[in-house]
Design a protein around this ligand. Sequence first.
Ligand SMILES: C[S@@+](CC[C@H](N)C(=O)[O-])C[C@H]1O[C@@H](n2cnc3c(N)ncnc32)[C@H](O)[C@@H]1O
Length: 224
Amino acid sequence: MKYDLSQVYSRVFGLGMLAKLRRKVRGVIQRYGSNAVKRRLWNAEFSSGRWSGLENMEGDCLYPTLEKYSRGKAILDLGCGPGATAAEIRGYGSYTGVDISEVAIAKAQARNPLCDFAVSNIESYRPRREYDVILFADSLYYVARIPDVLHRYSAYLRPSGVFIARIKGVRPEWFTCTGFREHGQWARRYAVVSAIQQRCTVLEYQLFWYSDVIAVVAAAPLQR
Ligand SMILES: C[S@@+](CC[C@H](N)C(=O)[O-])C[C@H]1O[C@@H](n2cnc3c(N)ncnc32)[C@H](O)[C@@H]1O
């Protein structure tokens, strides 16, 4: 069979461009879409198995830090996904998980019948109590105004309470130098780190080198 190289190139390149465009559109919907549109998108992705890797996260780099701050205490997990964190960490007092996807929440509730779950948007959810730990495990990239979210939830942290965040795809220098203006593929991840630095005192952070660099950050809000 004879291949026309220019056709093969344009197909591969074209598909690459299309995939990039789809990723961009998806990112915009995830941040700025209406509640209903975001919910549909996440439900479809959880139903299709795209996020099945989140169902078992045994040994995740987040867990030692989370267990240290939550021993015997109350956790609010914002963007909790299908419930691996509640099932896999040890020693917490109580756990509330919130997610925009009812498909994810149904899995989370089935796996953790003694925990509380709510289907809600992080940006509008109103907690009914205060917590010792408020967790954002790879969920802050999806909100439009990250500093506002941190500010609002700081009112629901107990006096010695902390935010804990897991952030994928960071650059180590964001934690040691200032003055970055990241854009392109780094922009959202940098926005999360920068919002935490603006609104909080970073108590500790750890970096883990996998295919991406993953940061686990514990931070106390400047205002409560
Ligand atoms: C990458 S997954 C992380 C799930 C889980 N935290 C974990 O570490 O396995 C992001 C989660 O955030 C949820 N999410 C995204 N935007 C949200 C929003 N605006 N409000 C509530 N949940 C949201 C998604 O449904 C998804 O479950």
